[in-house]
Write a new protein. Structure first.
Length: 415
């Protein structure tokens, strides 16, 4: 094992199929080379660290090496305060609780489920739009469906005008690209681009927040901006901006990949696609298996140790940088039987696709529902769908892995 292996994992040439590299990486469950990160690639070790309070998510605790091949493009400084995703308790817990009040249990237990009809309507409208083009012989599923669906949903949930989508699309792409551990990119240029995007997005959201304070609605942004102070206090304006930016970007980036990876996998497994067409209830186990088999978030590149920790007989010293390869853990044969097989009938799918522990995916219930509705309706309505490129062109990003385009064809679109 050498640092060359880590560079191969983030090399774009291996984006379409990184799993053989993960298999090689798992031979050394905790890999460390010179001054690089400690890379953890096996299921039980990753799961344990995701629940370990001695592991910090706060970038202010990081000591980064310029030679670290998994070093994220994020700068140590930011134009906005850290989002709760990048904070440790108690600050993390306070902000996550406040954010959760208008989104889920115990204060808003029906928020996501009550959106089911609205989500189904968006899905139907997008597929109707594809049918209206009259060109089923070439469909780009990302451009025509997988991207606009979750973007429309998160805009409605937050109360962001959908007509502003082209504006924040560019900001979101730039900020998401800053997560990519690309050793060939200029760190200063990448940080400046991300910082500029954060400033512009922050100014845009600040204007919306001020407007919602004057004229609150039922959307989450209104509820965060105009909510009465609760037991955890209230968010400052900059905290609301950071949280809204996180929800806006994370609320669609990962779901785009989940839906696209899902349809790609189903087209490669036509027998499963046929089963889903006949029984849409199968969408629930299919999405869970997809989160294991082709997770939209492949790795968490920047964690740090608050004290010495022993993992798989390796001592990780205090202050070390730790990278968790979630997608590798999901294919660990010591945890999953036949891990490289896509099997929606798998009886035990305790995957790492949405993380685990206190930083488990905040929007997991919504992402699951979006993917279930999207895949079941695509399976029902597309007649004889088939891939036009396999593998399709992938996004550059190694962290948020998914096809940039998914060209498919079908014989027609059912009503």
């Amino acid at each position: 094992m050498s640092r060359a292996m880590l560079r191969q994992i983030i090399d774009y040439a291996n984006r379409a199929d990184p799993y053989p590299l993960y298999e090689e990486l798992r031979k050394t469950p905790v890999f460390h080379d010179e001054d690089g990160p400690y890379v953890v690639s096996t299921y039980h070790e990753i799961q344990s660290l995701l629940h370990d309070p001695r592991i910090s998510s706060d970038p202010r605790n990081l000591t980064l090496s310029a030679s670290d091949p998994l070093m994220s493009g994020e700068g140590d400084e930011s134009t906005l305060p850290p989002v709760f995703l990048r904070l440790d308790p108690p600050d993390h817990d306070r902000l996550r609780r406040i954010t959760n009040r208008p989104f889920g249990p115990p204060h808003s237990p029906h928020r996501v489920d009550d959106m089911r009809g609205e989500l189904a309507g968006i899905v139907s409208g997008l597929i109707d739009g594809i049918a209206a083009t009259g060109s089923p012989e070439r469909i780009d599923l990302v451009e025509q469906f997988s991207y606009p669906f979750p973007v429309t949903v998160i805009c409605r949930l937050l109360g962001v005008p959908h007509e502003d989508e082209p504006r924040f699309h560019g900001w979101a792409d730039t900020i998401a690209a800053s997560l990519d551990p690309d050793p060939d990119a200029d760190p200063a240029e990448k940080f400046k681009g991300a910082a500029d995007a954060q400033i512009e997005l922050g100014m845009y959201l600040a204007g919306l927040i001020e407007e919602r304070r004057k004229n609150p609605g039922e959307d989450m942004l209104s509820q965060l901006a105009a909510a009465p102070e609760g037991p955890d206090g209230s968010m400052s304006t900059v905290e609301i901006i950071s949280t809204a930016a996180l929800l806006l970007i994370a609320g669609h980036e990962t779901t785009v990949n989940l839906i696209t990876n899902g349809m790609l996998t189903l087209l490669r497994h036509p027998e499963v696609l046929q089963r889903l067409r006949e029984d849409p209830r199968l969408s629930v186990p299919i999405v869970e298996e997809l989160l294991r088999y082709e997770p939209p978030v492949q790795l968490l590149p920047r964690r740090s140790t608050l004290t010495d920790i022993e993992v798989a007989e390796v001592n990780i010293p205090k202050g070390a940088t730790v990278s968790l390869i979630l997608a590798s853990g999901n294919r660990d044969p010591r945890r999953f039987e036949n891990p490289d097989r896509f099997d929606p009938d798998r009886g035990d799918i305790q995957h790492l696709g949405l993380g685990s522990g206190i930083h488990s995916c905040f929007g997991a219930p919504l992402a699951r529902l979006e993917a279930q509705l999207a895949l079941s309706e695509l399976a029902r309505r597309l007649e004889n769908p088939r891939l036009l490129e396999d593998p399709p062109p992938y996004r550059q990003n190694a962290v948020l892995r998914g096809p940039r385009h998914l060209p498919i064809a079908c014989d027609g679109i059912r009503p």
